[in-house]
Ligand binder design. Structure first.
Ligand code: ASP
Length: 308
């Protein structure tokens, strides 16, 4: 169900003359009472492999940032995946250009790469940018050179067993992103996403998945959000960051996700979905697409959970 964003804003906040959103009345009752901490949550069926690795990392007592990087890396490494990593769909010039971003809630640290060619793990390059440079984002040839200088190997794109990239798809709707959020036992949150983006895109096109605040945002005092869908629409509404603002107002991750999808459709003029986790371990998700499988795992759950 898509909840009217106007109704939401009328219920929880007023927009002042200066445009600042101020809390006016009590938020709706949280509909998501279950709390999972620690927790990992990700998008699409290929997220299961990412969750399996990410939850192990957390259980070993390592950081949610490691969990996000290592979980996403599993999907990037799978050359049979049609929309993530070097096996992903090429652009209109038959090149595979990858986008990824990572964010660590404490300190609002972020790193990202856009239109990166020939490197298998854009999520790791994004993390390296975050950790060792004064920058947040590197793109194209600069990102490639940085990755090589950091010891990431150059690799040819394409499917397993094939020396050349697959032919480009005419279907520009053919795209998906691995989006993953991890909440540590101590309440720290990390998030990330990685994709080959829109099939047949113009060379140099950078989507939401490379943009902190659009594809992913994490703030350990509030929660984390990660998105999938029409990159241009997600960018137009700065979806991940806006969803966190809704979470702040409503104190209900599922409600925030639904209102954010309403924003994506109404103002962004596109389709997609997002996953949300708050600092207490409550989760939410919503999508305007027909399906968006979301899987989550926590040691407090007897088995992995899945929603569509
Ligand atoms: N958001 C990605 C992009 O536009 C693709 C997707 O998630 O489906 O590049």
């Amino acid at each position: 169900m898509i909840i009217s964003r106007r109704k939401f804003l009328a219920r929880t906040a007023i927009v002042t003359a200066t445009g600042t959103v101020a809390r006016l009345s009590a938020a709706p009752n949280p509909s998501t009472e279950e709390r999972y901490k620690p927790l990992v949550i990700s998008t699409w069926p290929f997220g299961k492999a990412a969750n399996d690795v990410a939850i192990k990392v957390i259980e070993e007592g390592r950081s949610p940032l490691d969990a996000v990087e290592e979980g996403i890396s599993v999907v990037e490494a799978d050359r049979s995946n049609p929309s993530v990593g070097l096996g992903g769909r090429p652009n209109s010039a038959s090149e595979v250009q990858l986008d990824a971003c990572i964010m660590f809630g404490p300190g609002h640290k972020g790193g990202s790469v856009g239109a990166l060619e020939g490197i298998a793990h854009p999520i790791s390059v994004a993390r390296r940018i975050m950790e060792i440079t004064p920058h947040v984002m590197l793109v194209g040839e600069g990102a490639h050179q940085f990755a090589l200088a950091q010891g990431f190997g150059a690799e040819a794109p394409g499917k397993s067993g094939s020396k050349t990239p697959q032919s480009k798809s005419a279907d520009s709707k053919n795209h998906d992103t691995i989006a993953l959020l991890a909440l540590g036992r101590d309440g720290t949150i990390a998030g990330g996403c990685s994709t080959s983006g829109l099939a047949g895109k113009l060379p140099g096109r950078v989507g939401d998945s490379a943009l902190v605040g659009c594809g992913t945002y994490a703030d350990s005092t509030l929660g984390g959000v990660s998105c999938t869908g029409d990159g241009e629409a997600i960018i137009r509404v700065v979806l991940a960051r806006r969803a966190l603002e809704y979470l702040k107002e409503a104190d209900d991750p599922d409600y925030a996700a639904k209102v954010a999808v309403d924003l994506l459709v109404e103002e962004g003029r596109g389709e997609g979905g997002l996953i949300v986790v708050d600092w207490r371990g409550r989760i939410g998700s919503a999508h305007s697409t027909a399906l968006m499988p979301v899987g989550w795992m926590s040691p407090t759950l007897s088995e992995p959970a899945l929603s569509f």
